[in-house]
Design a protein around this ligand. Structure first.
Ligand SMILES: Cc1cc2nc3c(=O)[nH]c(=O)nc-3n(C[C@H](O)[C@H](O)[C@H](O)COP(=O)(O)O)c2cc1C
Length: 254
């Protein structure tokens, strides 16, 4: 039986079940958190986060994810050291005025535009990544490649669809964490050293690393996220169609 004020699925439309926060508010205010207090995250809290996150969608409901909860200090250090190399490569591209690891207009990778080996050997201090192993929770997110439904697998461009079977899960982890008063961020720097990371973490060959999620009780929360407005990315009927929503409805519902 439905209680009053709930929708057909028994949930309150604006929220109420999301750790006291509405779903819309959670979506609109859950930014990347990279600084955490020293407070440990109890296992039961992390277990609840994963238990909520597992309801994420995936192609053919394959649920291709495996989460490795990092506890061993040596392994954590190894993950940090490998991630630092990816960060250096990323940062060097930004410094050179490039969009890091971006395909060209043809959707294909044409090289980094810089010397990646030199970049990886050049220190680039950054508190978050330099102390990644001190994050209260570190999760390595793996995806079983043979379970992915990669609809664009044979197109002559960068494939994008496969990730869609694992990144909604990552976002669910972040939102579920938010409901527990945690904050966090997904980082993909480790993927730059996937073979070494796979060895360190005993990840089998038919799995990829999708990223690392760091979680903890945030030192402070971002109050306002910078995101493009809807009319900048939504188009009517065709890609070059007019912006949606049109001027008439602008400001009424969004
Ligand atoms: C696929 C993906 C990869 C990301 N990789 C990294 C990363 O390697 N390191 C990092 O610090 N943040 C990473 N982020 C977090 C983004 O930087 C962050 O979501 C974005 O800048 C918005 O930040 P804001 O929520 O503070 O506005 C990643 C996010 C996504 C979705």
């Amino acid at each position: 039986m439905q209680s009053s004020g709930t929708g057909p699925n028994g949930l309150k439309p604006g929220g109420g079940d999301q750790g006291g926060m509405g779903l819309r508010e959670a979506m609109r205010t859950s930014g990347a958190e990279r600084t955490f207090t020293e407070e440990p995250v109890p296992d039961e809290v992390l277990a609840r986060v994963l238990d909520d996150a597992r309801f994420a969608p995936s192609g053919a409901n394959a649920q291709p994810w495996t989460v490795i909860v990092l506890r061993d200090p040596e392994i954590r250090r190894g993950v940090r050291e490998l991630s630092v190399l990816g960060w250096r490569e990323y940062r060097a591209q930004v410094k050179a005025g490039l969009r890091p690891f971006a395909p060209g207009p043809d959707g294909r990778w044409h090289g980094p535009g810089i010397d990646l080996a030199e970049a990886a050997a050049t220190p680039q201090p950054m508190t978050f990544i330099d102390s990644l192993d001190r994050a209260p929770v570190l999760l390595v997110l793996c995806a079983r490649l043979t379970a992915l439904a990669v609809a664009d697998v044979d197109l002559d461009r960068q494939s994008i669809v496969g990730g869609g079977s694992v990144y909604p899960f990552a976002q669910n982890v972040l939102l579920a964490a938010r409901a527990e008063g945690l904050g966090g961020v997904l980082t993909t720097f480790l993927v730059r050293r996937e073979p070494a990371a796979a060895k360190l973490l005993a990840i089998p060959a038919d799995h990829a690393i999708a990223g690392v999620i760091a979680l903890g009780y945030p030192q402070r929360r971002a109050t306002r996220l910078t995101r493009r407005p809807v009319e900048e990315f939504a188009r009517l009927d065709t890609f070059d169609g007019p912006a949606f929503p049109g001027p008439a409805s602008r400001g009424t519902t969004l």
